[in-house]
Design a binder for this molecule. Structure first.
Ligand code: SF4
Length: 218
């Protein structure tokens, strides 16, 4: 089911169901890209619900929206602001150390180069792709757990983890969909193609889906 024609049909259908204004916090931030804010929001979004990321990012940026301000913010205060995102202690440490590296190594600017970005402790594959794609409009596809799961169920890729999925998706997805892929698949994965038991009966692309490894559905 991974012919170019089928992939385009699925993408066109899903695009119609998931409009721009519905997209995730990080996707909304693309409208006025600020690389530092996108990076910080992405770090806060790890294992957090989107509504929570939205709220705490907004609260944090009211008091600290630059590496210098984050570094100056007392750790206890930072932890209090980001508490509801979960793993707040670890995330506060990461925000501080990333800010410090940006100041010391990159003159407080978020680098536009993937190797440089990933050389910063705490920044991995997904985060760097989000920053490069959303803030700098570069040709990378951020792949999270939803993108990975749904692509495998659709039979587009046969991969074991998100990093492998990224490599394979870049080979088969027409470039015109690269910018939108993450936003569409994250929302689709959260609402319809859910992890344990997807809503196949409500799925707008079910006729194009072989439901690979789907054991239970609704
Ligand atoms: S048919 Fe089911 S498994 Fe396939 S994409 Fe739709 S919800 Fe996911």
């Amino acid at each position: 089911m991974k012919s170019k024609e089928n992939i385009s049909k699925v993408m066109n259908i899903l695009e119609k169901h998931y409009h721009h204004e519905e997209r995730t916090t990080l996707n909304r931030m693309r409208k006025k890209p600020n690389a530092f804010k996108i990076l910080i929001a992405c770090l806060l979004s790890l294992r957090a619900k989107d509504e929570v990321t939205d709220k705490i990012s907004e609260n944090l940026f009211k008091v600290a929206d630059t590496p210098e301000k984050i570094l100056k913010l007392p750790t206890k205060k930072l932890e209090k602001i980001i508490f509801s995102s979960g793993h707040y202690h670890k995330k506060a440490q990461t925000l501080k150390s990333v800010s410090k590296e940006l100041i010391q190594r990159f003159k407080s600017k978020v680098p536009e180069d993937k190797e440089e970005l990933m050389s910063i402790k705490g920044i991995g594959q997904k985060t760097s792709n989000i920053v490069l794609s959303f803030a700098f409009n570069k040709e990378f596809i951020p792949i999270d757990t939803h993108c990975h799961r749904v692509s495998n169920r659709l039979g587009w890729v046969k991969t074991k983890n998100a990093d492998q999925t990224e490599v394979e998706i870049m080979k088969i997805l027409p470039k015109k969909y690269w910018q939108e892929f993450n936003g569409i698949f994250v929302l689709f994965g959260r609402t319809i193609c859910q992890p344990i038991s997807p809503f196949c009966s409500k799925c707008p692309v079910s006729k194009y889906c072989p439901r690979i490894n789907v054991k239970r559905s609704r």
